[in-house]
Design a protein around this ligand. Structure first.
Ligand code: ADP
Length: 503
């Protein structure tokens, strides 16, 4: 299926120019479905490159912050239109560098399109508050100020959607950007930034630094002129980012791991629940922070659910994401494959029942890719490691329960709190679940994945740090309130004190 003939040599994007890393070092971007295929060679950046990029973003900020937001929005509209036109090519590039099937990478690009249009619309809103003053002849309101240079660190599982979730709201608020994309998916960020540039984004407003996390990401987070950081990735790295931001009180948005659950009640539409568990558990080969890696099923329907679920999962077609028949693509890299294989061993040693899968998939053409069979463990105890730790692969733990309260206890008894779902036709249970599930996102009669860009996205506990991505919540992170009082009384008026005098 390989379509990339000539590897491309890429450069960092600093101050409107494509430039080599100062170190002259580079890294390879390879196709996870066939690792003999080289997609491109990207610069391995270090602190020097980060400094150049931040300087460029800081200089550009002086002008960009003064561009009226509706004018900033015009650039975003143009970019969105180009994204629409090039959607198919962008999706193909993404499948080749990341592995997920074309239907999913089209969805990823669509999310970037949706976010870009949405934030362009915000250019004519960016609502603040206008409120009555307690004093006569005085006007009171709040407006949103940009923060300055924002540093962004992104993961590989949504190579265009996640950069767009960060870049678009940051830009519409008047910030400038330095982004370091994941080392496994640099091409999709290149494509996105290239489109923004073609749409007329001024020089230095968005800068891209490629490279490894500790070499290129860490100096970006720590840079004194980076006024805020947005990070999506693992909880361990998120903790480092948080610590690096703490000493200078730098606002820091963290979007980290998940251990999401689908609850299937005994009155659920079982066919619907099975389809939801297949999509939620094995979409993107389980490499979503919202993946349903746990499915808890009421004992009354447990056996029936397990049979139908196992039958569906055994039939899933593993292969290259460019093949339209493929349902399960490869894992993104060898390390991720090894993590999955390690957790399969852990699951077996914990005494659970391996029902489907459990091995690397390496027959025929799969041998040159990082494929793993979709895997189901049944009769899992909620305390076991495979029910507690994020695996980020095609492994689902099935847990039986007796009552709604027990299901809630299982659902909430993890360190993460991103997404949860319940399948039931009982409206009372649905509302109790919405109230009592301790996650940032709850679905009813739908799997744990499928967030839309116009509402807040994020989670509780070790998933996040209280901020949210997407919707107007993103505007809240990428802007700072400025409160304005205009006194037109021509005399000294003292708030809270001059309350009885009126003129
Ligand atoms: P994953 O294990 O899913 O790749 P990571 O948290 O390691 O998740 O990576 C997410 C992003 O964080 C990537 O862009 C990676 O390069 C970056 N990263 C990794 N380590 C650091 C670090 N110490 N400081 C800043 N960014 C980092």
């Amino acid at each position: 299926m390989a379509t990339v003939a000539v590897p491309k040599f890429h450069k960092n994007f600093i101050n409107g120019e494509w430039v080599e890393a100062r170190s002259g070092r580079s890294f390879e971007n390879r196709n996870p479905a066939d690792h003999s295929e080289l997609i491109g060679i990207f610069p391995s950046s270090t602190e020097d490159d980060v400094n150049d990029a931040v300087d460029a973003a800081k200089a550009a900020y002086a002008k960009w912050r003064l561009v009226p937001a509706p004018k900033r929005a015009e650039i975003l509209y143009r970019a969105a239109e180009t994204l629409v036109k090039r959607k198919e090519d962008l999706a193909r590039d993404m499948t080749m560098e990341m592995g997920k099937p074309l239907s999913e990478t089209r969805g990823d690009v669509q999310e970037a399109i949706d976010m870009t249009y949405y934030m362009a619309g915000e250019g004519r809103r960016l609502f603040g508050q206008t409120v009555p003053s307690e004093l006569p002849n005085k006007f009171a309101m709040s407006v949103r100020d940009p923060l300055g240079v924002v540093g962004m660190i992104t993961p590989w599982n949504f190579p265009m959607a996640i950069p767009s979730w960060k870049i678009m709201p940051a830009l519409i608020c008047g910030n400038t950007v330095v982004i370091k994309p994941a080392e496994d998916t640099p091409l999709s960020t290149y494509n996105l930034v290239q489109i923004l540039t073609e749409a007329g984004l001024p020089v230095g407003v968005v800068n891209v630094i490629y490279g490894m996390g500790p070499d290129a990401g860490a100096p970006l987070v720590a840079h004194d002129d980076v006024m805020a950081v947005s990070f999506t990735g693992s909880t361990d790295t998120g903790r480092l980012v948080n610590q690096a931001c703490a000493s200078s009180f730098k606002p820091c948005h963290l979007e980290m791991g998940g251990k999401n659950i689908i609850l299937v009640m005994d009155d659920a539409n079982l066919d619907l629940a099975v389809e939801g568990a297949v999509w939620g558990g094995f979409g993107t080969s389980g490499q979503r922070c919202t993946a349903a890696s746990r499915v808890a099923v009421h004992k009354k329907v447990y056996r029936e659910f397990l049979n139908r679920f196992a039958q569906r999962v055994r039939a899933l077609k593993i292969g290259d994401g460019l093949d339209p028949e493929t349902e399960i693509g490869p894992l993104v890299n060898e390390t991720q494959l090894q993590t999955v294989m390690k957790y399969v061993e852990i699951g077996k040693n914990e005494g659970t029942r391996l029902v489907v899968g459990g091995h690397r998939a390496e027959s025929g053409r799969l041998a040159t890719g990082w494929f793993h069979e979709p895997t189901i463990f049944a009769d899992v105890n909620p305390k076991m490691r495979i029910a507690q730790e994020e695996i980020f692969g095609p492994v689902v733990a099935l847990l039986p329960f007796d009552s709604f309260n027990e299901a809630l206890e299982i659902a909430n008894h993890v360190n993460y709190g991103l997404s949860a779902s319940i399948y039931t036709r009982d409206v009372n249970l649905a509302y109790r679940a919405m109230r009592d599930l301790e996650t940032g996102i709850v679905y009813v009669n739908a799997p744990t994945i499928g967030a839309e860009i116009q509402l807040p996205f994020g989670g509780t506990k070790s998933t996040g740090n209280g901020h949210r991505e997407a919707g107007t919540a993103a505007i809240d992170f990428y802007s700072e309130w400025k409160t304005l009082y205009i006194d037109y009384s021509d005399r000294l008026q003292r708030a809270q004190m001059d309350t009885t005098e009126h003129s």
